[in-house]
Design a protein around this ligand. Structure first.
Ligand code: SDX
Length: 377
């Protein structure tokens, strides 16, 4: 008899293709984008340069960066139709639904939607990079009962997002922390939402369809939705003294603790130390007892999780509290993840098209044996 095929549930440990974009090295807990260690990129480059690197394979020189920035800034505004369409979505819907709808609409109105040439897809990628922050900021203000603030082409990518959200740009140290988070969130090999984008692309469907699908995948709390869930969890616990008891009860109830664990990193997520350092700087500069208490709770839960389960935090754990301290509304946290990951997703879409194979795995059947349909009852 044929041996039962080995099942790889969740595709855990399964290598399905090659990629030149990034690699997650579990043994050394490191991550490189096109060969550059992510901690060096976060420390020495801005997010716009990282976006260019992921798309073009090389860091931009001064002239290339200037042209890239000019093109990105010119594409930021939303036209009236788009703004009116998004303003019709119910405020009860999740901001990820607004982003999903926006990308779908951008595709519907783009005459080059079905042109999958590298040049056309680069243009679509840059359009999404430039416009998604405008969508996220306008949606956050709408939910606060405020009118949108138009993008400012005189500001960098990170500075402009704060301007569109709050009407002002905070201290450069705060902007720096945000920019670092965008570099860390940009790319992570074949994670669930990136693989989703590759599956859709493998049928030769269009980039907007692939990104819409990826947004759907990222929304889930086991993936990008975790950074929002982290903040809800910290708010639920409240007091640092309650962390251990809360954790024991949650673990006893077999709950997944948001912001902890990872499919690939088993000894800690290489991005966490950099994001934690940025978070520590935000806490120190706040010099506010309420902030200090939240940071103490954040640390207590991390230590308790490590001592009880030996499970390390992932990027979403420090990022969630950091976004809260930057003033963003909790439901906007995963949309901010999308603003960054659009660069990795679209780099993979282009790569998938470069050496495409339809992604179509097999299943081992364990349903009812073949049986005749009874004649008319
Ligand atoms: C991201 O893949 C990527 O690269 C994703 C990402 C990216 O940049 O794209 O890094 C971004 O999505 C980070 C992950 C965000 N998600 C969360 O923080 C949600 C909580 N995390 C867990 O759901 C879990 O850790 C996963 C989903 C992240 C990974 O799960 P796996 O690899 O499928 O591992 P598992 O669920 O089978 O857990 C193995 C064991 C289990 O214990 P046993 O049932 O064997 O006794 O560890 C336990 C799990 O119960 N465990 C946890 C846990 N994570 C693992 N228990 C409690 N809380 C957790 N968070």
């Amino acid at each position: 008899t044929a041996t039962a095929p080995e099942i790889h549930r969740g595709l855990a440990g399964v290598v399905v293709d090659t990629t030149e974009i990034s690699t997650v090295i579990q043994e050394t807990n490191s991550l490189t984008y096109r060969g550059y260690p992510v901690q060096d990129l976060a420390a020495r480059r801005r997010f716009e340069e990282v976006a260019y690197l992921l798309w073009y394979g090389e860091l931009p020189d001064e002239r290339q960066l200037a042209g890239f920035k000019a093109r990105e800034r010119a594409l930021r505004p939303l036209d009236r139709t788009t703004s009116e369409l998004l303003a019709r979505l119910p405020e009860t819907c999740h901001p990820m639904d607004v982003l999903r709808t926006a990308v779908s609409y951008f595709g519907a109105e783009d005459p080059t939607e079905d042109d999958d040439s590298p040049a056309a897809n680069r243009a679509k990628s840059l359009t999404l990079l430039a416009k998604l922050p405008t969508v996220v900021a306008a949606d956050q203000r709408r939910r606060r009962g405020l009118a949108p603030i138009p993008p400012d082409p005189g500001l960098g990518y990170a500075e402009n997002f704060f301007h569109m959200c709050f009407g002002s740009v905070p201290d450069p140290d705060v902007v720096r922390c945000f920019d670092i988070s965008l570099t860390l969130y940009a790319e992570h090999s074949f994670n669930a939402s990136t693989f989703t984008a590759r599956v859709v692309t493998s049928t030769l469907s269009d980039l907007y369809s692939a990104v819409t699908a990826a947004i759907g995948a990222l929304k889930g709390p086991l993936h990008g939705g975790a950074n929002e869930a982290v903040m809800h969890m910290l708010t639920e616990i409240g007091d640092p003294q309650r962390a251990e008891q809360w954790l024991d009860e949650a673990l006893a109830a077999k709950r997944k603790i948001m912001g902890f664990g990872h499919r690939v990193y088993k000894y800690g997520d290489s991005r966490v130390p950099i994001m934690q350092d940025a978070l520590d700087r935000l806490v120190a500069r706040a010099a506010d007892p309420d902030v200090t208490r939240k940071a103490a709770l954040h640390a207590a839960l991390r230590h308790a999780m490590l001592s009880r389960k030996g499970i390390h935090p992932n990027l979403d754990y420090p990022a969630g509290l950091a976004y809260h301290l930057m003033g963003f509304d909790t439901p906007a946290f995963t949309p901010i993840f999308v603003m960054s990951r659009i660069t990795g997703w679209t780099a993979h879409i282009t790569e998938q098209l470069g050496h495409n194979a339809l992604i179509r795995p097999l299943a081992a059947y364990d349903g009812p044996g073949q049986r005749p349909v009874p004649s008319d009852a």
